[in-house]
Write a protein of this length. Structure first.
Length: 133
């Protein structure tokens, strides 16, 4: 089942098929409440992408958690979604400049020891011993 389009990361017991993103409905962008951490460089890039100042961007879209910043969420019927998740397009409104946390999903250290949780959340997770890692 070798596929050159699968993404791999050393130390993870799975591979990731990014083509699954187009059919999953943004499960990694929706669900339980959490934090979408951003650093200053990412804030600058997102603000620039939106054509607004970093100050306006921070006031409108970020919440301060301790000494860090996280993108705010919107709540609907007990579900939480990133403010930049576009319901109509079923995707990220800032995809080109999305934060590292989003770009590196599902290869988060948390999932190294919890691959079943990653697979529950993401249909692009593939457990197959024939796929070279």
């Amino acid at each position: 089942m070798k596929n050159d389009l699968y993404l791999t990361e050393e130390g993870f017991p799975f591979v990731f098929d990014p083509s699954a993103c187009s059919r999953c409905g943004g499960r990694c962008c929706n669900g339980e409440s959490g934090h979408i951490w951003v650093n200053r460089r990412e804030m600058d890039a997102m603000a620039n992408y939106l054509g607004i100042s970093v100050e306006v961007f921070a006031q409108k879209y970020l919440k301060k958690v301790g000494y860090r910043f996280s993108i705010m969420e919107r709540e609907k019927d007990g579900n939480f979604a990133c403010l930049f998740y576009d319901e109509e397009k079923k995707g990220c409104g800032l995809y080109e400049v999305r934060p590292a946390q989003c770009r590196t999903f599902p290869f988060w250290d948390y999932f190294k020891t919890r691959p079943d949780e990653a697979a529950e959340e993401c249909p692009g997770i593939i457990f197959d011993s024939s796929v070279k890692r």
